[in-house]
Every structure is written in structure tokens, then in C-alpha cells.
Design a protein around this ligand. Structure first.
Ligand code: NAD
Length: 428
């Protein structure tokens, strides 16, 4: 990759490591495969719009803290920007840029009419009260209000945020414009216009793809084993749906530790334990297990569903799973990708595997904008059909062009975004 096509910050990241370097390297490979010229590469590599805001917060003890938040809109060629909002101490602008770019490709790959965006606040939500989190959310929403809206940019939950966060965002936006605007966010509670099936959509989609990938490798769910890293909105649901499909989920982890049970965990009981204690650690129906050994467990299926960069040059060779399905965004670094490919591990990329959330977010936005609600069965059937159509498309492109699934998914998506851009033309 020549760094001259990139923004200075992106070029810096491309020379180093981290999610933005990985995202830029994936784009460069797709651009090379598609034979695009430098100007088009430059356009696709840079975010269309970025906003960084200060968020003054009065804490419950009366002191004032000032937090930092970002919203990055990577591309709008195919429609309004779309992407999650993350609350984590690890949030920085480069991470948000990478996640926004991946959202552009994800929306294009799944053929939902959106561009890509992402938001984040550098905060550890565990250290703040509910009232403080509400104030942070409302102030952040108010700061980014000029650039969001149902026709501009539609946030959704991600790490550290949930339905309640989206309800506060929707309310803040609505109060500001003077009428209720359910379409400004997705992943909101059903009671304020959320969609049936949205809260489980990402994990449900991960499992549709995981079962298809296992079948592709000739592995039936009954008798298959799995390990899931991360037991939040994506990981816990994925473990649950895998268990319901007959897969033995033998180990799961969260940021505090891991648990293991030969023969499979009782995922429902584990969810109850996590709801009561906040962690998988201490679950009576399993043995404690060193979390760092989870990715190397002898299982058929590995689902990283926590954070970026967990499979890297230092541990990818330990993976013995046949199939890795990326529930998280960016869990596999470029170096790890090469090692996994050399070892014959089938890696299903994030922009395909975890796209169930944005598909049902799209359904939710359509329902919100039309004020016409679908049944859970309709949502589930349309989600499955879209996920499996994208899976077939990526498999076909990979076979046709001799690419990995990640390369095939990125090439397909980048081509759709570039086509939209070229058709619209450059203004002025
Ligand atoms: P979450 O905050 O609900 O859960 C995150 C989980 O990961 C928690 O269990 C946490 O303890 C665990 N975790 C954090 N660091 C860890 C580590 N180093 N090792 C093991 N576990 C760790 O977040 P989420 O919404 O489930 O998101 C998880 C991933 O899925 C993120 O990469 C996110 O971008 C991606 N994703 C989420 C959605 C969605 O709809 N929520 C959609 C697409 C992709």
C-alpha cells in the first residue's frame, strides 16, 4: 500500500498496528483486486465527516468531569450513515474510524441502503451510575445532534451501551426537534418503537452463519463443539442459539475470566448467573478455566464476540478450531488472518458474520419511519434469508476469484460502494 492515498492519521495507523491499520490494509487489498485508481482509493479510505466533542458531566458527588466522544461518518454514497455507539475506556478516534469503515462495507455487503458510521465515548460505564450515564448520553446526543437523524446518521447499541441508551438518545433528539422521531436510532426498546427480534438479531445472525459454515466443512450441529469469547449482547445470545441448535458450547469467557464444561454448558443457567453477578466467573455449573486458553481450545467452532485484535500473530497458531465466526468487529489481525489461512482454518469475517444487527436495525428503521410494525416471525424469516443470501454471495465470489472469505466480502462491498459513488459522480 502506498501511504500517499491516505489521510495523515490513517497513514500513520497503516504503518503501525491496530484496527485502523487492519481496516486500511483490507481496503487496499480490495482496491488492488478491483484494479481501482488512486483517487478512488483515497476517497474510500477517508471518512466523509468526523466530529469530536467534549462532554462535561456533573457526577453524583457534585464534581465535574469532562469526557471525550466521537462520531465518525465514513461514507454516505448508498444512504444515510449507520453504526453503533460504544462506551469503553479503550475508545479512541482511530478505533472509531476503523469501526465506521467496517460499517460501510457491512451495510453494502448485506445490501441495506446505508453508509457507515460509528460513535464512541471514552468511558468505563461500570464506574458510573445510571443517572450519570443518562446525563452523558443526553449531552453527547445534544452535541452530535446537527449530524444525526433518520435521514443522516442512525446510531445503535454497541459495547457498553444498550436499549436504554438508545431510548435516551431518541428522547433527547425528539425533545430538541419538537416531535417524536423513533427513526433516529435503532436497537431501542420495543415500547418506544423498537423492532421485535432486534435485541437478539446480531447473535441470531452469527448462528445462522456459524451453522452454514460448519455445514460447509461437513460438520453437523449435533456433536459439534464451540467456544465463545465475550458473554455480552452478542456472545451470550450466540451461545444460547448455538446450544438450541444442538452445538455443545463447552467454554465461554468475559473480561473477568472463563468457565468450561465438558459436554456443554447450560447456557440459560449461565445467563441467569451473569444477570445476578455481572460475570461468568463463579458459575456453579462449570469449572473455572484460564481465559487466555479459550481461543486455543480443541473445538469445531470458535466465536470471538468481545473486542478487536484478540487473534493476533502471537496466538493464531494455537487455534485448532475448524471454523472461526467473527461475532466481534475486527477480532482477527491481518497477521493472524495469514496464519489461520495457512493452517486451513475457515474464518468468516465480521462484516458478514455479525451483520444480523444492522439488518434488523434496517427493518426497525423502516418500521419506525412507516409507523407500521412487523411480527417477530416476519423479522426472523427476513433476517435469515438476508444472512444466507450474503453467505452464498461471499462463497461464490471467493470461489470465482480465488479469495479468502474476508477478501471476497470486502471486494463485494467495496465494489458496491464504489459503483454508487461513481454513478452519483463527484460534486461539483
Ligand atoms: P457488550 O458490551 O454487550 O459485551 C461485551 C462482552 O465482551 C462482555 O461480556 C465483556 O465482559 C467481554 N469482554 C470484553 N473484553 C474482553 C476480553 N478481552 N476477553 C473476553 N471477553 C471480553 O458488547 P456487544 O454488543 O456484545 O459487542 C461485542 C462485539 O460485537 C463488539 O466487537 C461489537 O462491535 C460487536 N457487534 C455488536 C453488535 C450489537 O448489535 N451489539 C453488532 C455487530 C457487532
Amino acid at each position: 500500500m502506498t501511504t500517499d492515498v491516505l489521510a495523515p492519521a490513517a497513514a500513520e495507523a497503516a504503518e503501525g498496528t491496530g484496527p485502523l491499520a487492519d481496516a486500511q490494509a483490507q481496503l487496499s487489498a480490495a482496491v488492488a483486486a478491483l484494479g481501482y485508481e488512486t483517487g478512488l482509493h483515497r476517497l474510500l479510505a477517508r471518512p466523509r465527516r468526523e466530529m469530536t466533542v467534549s462532554i462535561p458531566l456533573r457526577r453524583d458527588d457534585g464534581s465535574v468531569e469532562v469526557l471525550t466522544g466521537h462520531r465518525v461518518q465514513h461514507n454516505f454514497s448508498r444512504g444515510p450513515a449507520k453504526g453503533g455507539l460504544r462506551y469503553s475506556p479503550a475508545v479512541d478516534l482511530d478505533e472509531v474510524r476503523a469501526l465506521a469503515m467496517w460499517m460501510t462495507w457491512k451495510c453494502a455487503l448485506l445490501d441495506v441502503p446505508y453508509g457507515g458510521a460509528k460513535g464512541g465515548i471514552t468511558i468505563d460505564p461500570r464506574n458510573y451510575s445510571r443517572g450519570e450515564l443518562e446525563r452523558v448520553t443526553r449531552r453527547y446526543t445534544s452535541e452530535i445532534l446537527p449530524i444525526i437523524g433518520p435521514e443522516r446518521d442512525i446510531p445503535a447499541p454497541d459495547i457498553g451501551t444498550d436499549e436504554q441508551t438508545m431510548a435516551w438518545m431518541m428522547d433527547t433528539y425528539s425533545v430538541s426537534v419538537g416531535y417524536t422521531v423513533p427513526g433516529v436510532v435503532t436497537g431501542k426498546p420495543v415500547s418506544v418503537g423498537g423492532s421485535l427480534g432486534r435485541s437478539s438479531a446480531t447473535s441470531q445472525g452469527v448462528v445462522h452463519i456459524a451453522l452454514a459454515a460448519l455445514a460447509h466443512r461437513g460438520i453437523a450441529p449435533a456433536g459439534a463443539t464451540a467456544a465463545v469469547q465475550g458473554f455480552g449482547k452478542v456472545g451470550a445470545g450466540a451461545a444460547q442459539f448455538l446450544a438450541e441448535a444442538g452445538v455443545e458450547v463447552v467454554a465461554v469467557s468475559d473480561q473477568y475470566g472463563a468457565v468450561h464444561r465438558t459436554g456443554g454448558l447450560d447456557v440459560t443457567a449461565l445467563q441467569r448467573h451473569v444477570a445476578a453477578t455481572g460475570s461468568v466467573v463463579g458459575f456453579g455449573g462449570a469449572d473455572p478455566f484460564p481465559a487466555e486458553r479459550l481461543l486455543g481450545l480443541d473445538v469445531h467452532l470458535l466465536v470471538p464476540a468481545a473486542v478487536e485484535g484478540v487473534l493476533h500473530a502471537g496466538n493464531a497458531a494455537e487455534v485448532t478450531a475448524e471454523v472461526v465466526v467473527e461475532g466481534a468487529n475486527g477480532p482477527t489481525t491481518g497477521a493472524a488472518d495469514e496464519i489461520l489461512a495457512a493452517n486451513g482454518v475457515l474464518v468468516v469475517p465480521d462484516i458478514l458474520a455479525n451483520a444480523g444487527g444492522v439488518i434488523v436495525s434496517y427493518f426497525e428503521w423502516v418500521q419506525s419511519n412507516q409507523a407500521y410494525w412487523w411480527s417477530a416471525a416476519e423479522v426472523d424469516a427476513r433476517l435469515e434469508a438476508r444472512m444466507l443470501a450474503a453467505w452464498e454471495k461471499v462463497l461464490a465470489v471467493a470461489a470465482e476469484r480465488g479469495l479468502s472469505l474476508r477478501e471476497a466480502a470486502t471486494v463485494t462491498a467495496v465494489q458496491r460502494v464504489a459503483d454508487a459513488h461513481l454513478t452519483r459522480g463527484l460534486y461539483p
